[in-house]
Design a protein around this ligand. Structure first.
Ligand code: SF4
Length: 417
């Protein structure tokens, strides 16, 4: 392999990390210190920097890279699989540590998101990842945020060490079903991935409990664990995806499941679809995931709105559930409990809380609700207010057409045959 400069490695390994959905990539504009007549200071090159959200809601920028995009595994959907014909690169531990510190001191980043292809063995790979975090924390007293990808096949002791240094750990489940894992990631084992998640969940829970009794108890991945599922690489339905997510949340206490729409890769296997799934599918899954975690919906309720196990793409899942269960509406904004208000399409959790606070002081009219939320269009058929009752609207056969906006007309391509 030709010797690559650090910048070339950064270009390759930051690009390879973009397939991990747990951080959104930054839209920062590239500005180079060398440009301009006198040159400048503080290059804001966007390579590898992405934005993520800390558990307390802060938006933080992370250096998001792989240690290496070489991999001995052959996951069919992955551009870094062993048979893939991509440019390869590998950072040393020193290089990742130096880059992180360098970027941190220049105020480009507030933390590191580090993943890796599997080289030599899962344990060797995990050792490298852990060593980066150890050096940052112990040798350089690095206080920034660290998110490490863990290799489920790695030694549990190494994963335990990772938790001592990282804020968040993640193990990618990748496929929604075990049969999907067997078919598309033959070296991986769904049961083993879940076992590792289970062990991690116990360690995270124990560490939290110990910290409650003693501030001196060691911390262990205080921001919890997360995972990623690729959607659309196999024929798993949205119902299966959400069932898997619900099981991961309830069994292992995961903080987040990220959904990543499969993107076709060069020289792909014929078993993979030629086209990516609609991005709206990924969006609807995130909305459904939100309903499961914060709005008290069950997978069964959301699945009841699906056709052939697929979420509707033309309306959000909360609206689809409300259309399905019209007998639960209208909901009286002046009297209904929080759980019922949370089911009203268009009313977010924050608006519901503001609404409950406001109704302590006055009886709310429709205009008062309108002032608390962005638009009344979607909400109106589902609520009762002091001066509003929508019964006729709820019974209408064309309710969906009245709420879901017709897509705007689009310009046809001049070059389509
Ligand atoms: S183990 Fe990870 S990097 Fe390697 S082929 Fe599978 S998904 Fe890609």
């Amino acid at each position: 392999m030709a010797k690559l400069s650090r910048l070339e490695k950064l270009e390759i390994l930051a690009d390879a990390a973009k397939y991990d959905a747990s951080c959104a990539s930054s839209g920062a504009q590239k500005r180079n210190s060398r440009d301009g007549a006198k040159g400048g200071i503080g290059s804001t090159t966007a390579i590898g920097i992405c934005h993520s959200y800390a558990p307390d809601g802060r938006c933080i920028s992370l250096l998001k890279i792989l240690m290496t995009n070489m991999c001995m595994f052959e996951c069919t959907y992955c551009i870094n699989r062993s048979s893939s014909n991509v440019r390869r690169a590998a950072f040393t531990v020193d290089e990742v540590v130096d880059l992180t510190l360098d970027f941190y001191k220049r105020n480009y980043i507030e933390g590191l998101f580090l993943s890796s292809g599997i080289i030599r063995s899962p344990d060797y790979t995990m050792e490298q990842i852990v060593e980066v975090a150890r050096r940052l924390r112990e040798d350089h007293d690095f206080r920034g945020y660290i998110h490490l990808k863990t290799i489920p096949e790695g030694d549990p002791d190494l994963i335990a060490q990772a938790g001592r240094y990282a804020d968040r750990l993640s193990i990618n489940i990748e496929m929604p079903s075990d049969s999907g894992i067997r078919a598309l990631a033959p070296e991986k084992d769904g049961a083993r991935i879940r076992r590792t998640m289970h062990d991690l969940g116990i360690r995270i829970g124990d560490a939290k409990a110990e910290r409650k009794t003693s501030r001196r108890a060691p911390i262990f991945a205080p921001a919890g664990q997360s995972t990623q599922m690729i959607v659309g690489a196999d024929d798993s339905t949205d119902a299966t995806v959400l069932q898997t997510s619900a099981q991961l949340y309830s069994s292992y206490g995961l903080r987040r499941v990220y959904y990543s729409a499969f993107s076709p890769i060069p020289d792909a296997s014929r078993t993979l679809p030629a086209q990516p799934p609609p991005l709206m599918r990924e969006h609807r899954l995130y909305q459904s995931d939100w309903l499961l975690r914060f709005y008290g919906f069950s997978v069964g309720e959301i699945a009841a709105t699906m056709q052939d196990g697929r979420l509707a793409l033309d309306m959000d899942p909360k609206l689809a559930c409300a259309m399905q269960r019209r007998e639960l509406f209208p909901v009286d904004v002046n009297r209904a409990p929080r759980e019922s208000l949370l089911r009203v399409p268009g009313l977010g959790a924050r608006v519901v809380d503001r609404l409950i606070a406001a109704r302590r002081h006055q009886r709310l009219a429709l205009a008062d609700v309108g002032r608390l939320c962005q638009s009344l269009r979607k909400i109106r058929p589902f609520i009762v207010a002091a001066d509003w009752r929508p019964t006729a609207l709820l019974d209408r056969a064309d309710l969906k057409q009245r709420i879901v906006p017709v897509p705007p007309p689009t310009q046809l391509s001049l070059f389509a045959s």
